[in-house]
Design a protein around this ligand. Structure first.
Ligand SMILES: [Zn+2]
Length: 278
């Protein structure tokens, strides 16, 4: 991204967003507000489809910003106006979070059904293995499949929140799933909400305890010409085999401070007489 996002007259600079204003608001926020950001996913295929719906006259829904998969932004409602994204919702002593919050809609399909090697959204679009993540939702106990957010989306949402926080006195960054539990599941576990808000709000949560999407199975690629792989999380532990070479694919299993426990899959041919079958 070129330069820091900035807000003037309650809108993002046109360098960073297309402003496509829709008159679906409940007027101006009370003084001292907004003080909350609510994160959503669109549960739809494209930014265009989300924007069409959010602009439609008969649909009682709007949001301040839509974040496309490539990170491009569309602003539908100025930040000083109340949009209609939270619906029936509560947080602490408050009810109806629209009148306190800025709503950010991220383009994402949401929960997916797995069928063989194909993952399918509720609207029928299919996704491949690289586009999905298996994780436990904070309001549930069993893992399910979710459409991954793009890195660009996560980065842009972070920058956008930072820009909003520079202009408004933001105290809370919440997921729709947290203010409307039982009714809403967005943004879901594929979005690293805890990490993003910890970084932005400097809360006293422990910062390094989780990789994005805590319970998600994550893949990585070795980004060094040679990388030692050790028996424990620290340089004092012995290496367990030859170093991993660049672009080796790993599955991330655990994290401790700056160390990741990874699993490496290796396929090749070895002399059969040295393999004991178990
Ligand atoms: Zn939502």
């Amino acid at each position: 991204m070129e330069g820091q996002m900035n807000i003037a007259h309650h809108k993002l600079d046109k360098k960073f967003a297309v402003v496509d204003e829709v008159n679906k608001t409940s007027g101006t926020f009370a003084s001292g507000l907004p003080d909350t950001i609510v994160i959503h996913y669109t549960a739809g295929p494209t930014a265009a489809s989300a924007i069409t719906t959010l602009k439609e006259d008969g649909v009682p829904a709007s949001a301040h910003i839509v974040v496309d998969t490539d990170g491009s932004l569309t602003q539908l409602v100025p930040f000083n106006k109340i949009a209609w994204h939270a619906g029936k919702s509560a947080w602490l002593e408050r009810n109806g979070l629209n009148k306190y919050s800025i709503g950010i809609e991220i383009v994402n399909a949401g929960r997916l059904d797995k069928n063989g090697n194909v993952w399918r959204s509720w609207f029928g679009k299919t996704y491949s293995e690289e586009e999905v993540v298996r994780a436990v939702h904070r309001n549930e106990s069993e893992p399910t499949w979710w459409h991954s957010f793009t890195e660009k989306q996560v980065e842009v949402v972070f920058e956008l929140c930072k820009a909003i926080m520079k202009r408004y006195d933001i105290r809370f960054i919440l997921g729709h799933e947290e203010i409307s539990p039982g009714r809403k599941i967005d943004p879901g576990p594929a979005f690293p909400l805890d990490k993003v808000r910890d970084r932005l709000l400097h809360s006293d949560r422990k910062e390094d305890s989780d990789t994005p999407g805590e319970d998600a199975i994550r893949k990585g690629i070795v980004n060094a010409s040679s990388l030692n792989i050790r028996s424990g999380p620290g340089a004092a532990y012995d290496t367990i085999t030859d170093p991993l070479s660049r672009n080796t694919e790993v599955v991330i299993r655990d994290k401790q401070n700056d160390w990741l426990q990874v699993e490496v899959k290796l396929t090749g041919w070895v002399s059969g007489k040295f393999i004991k079958k178990v």
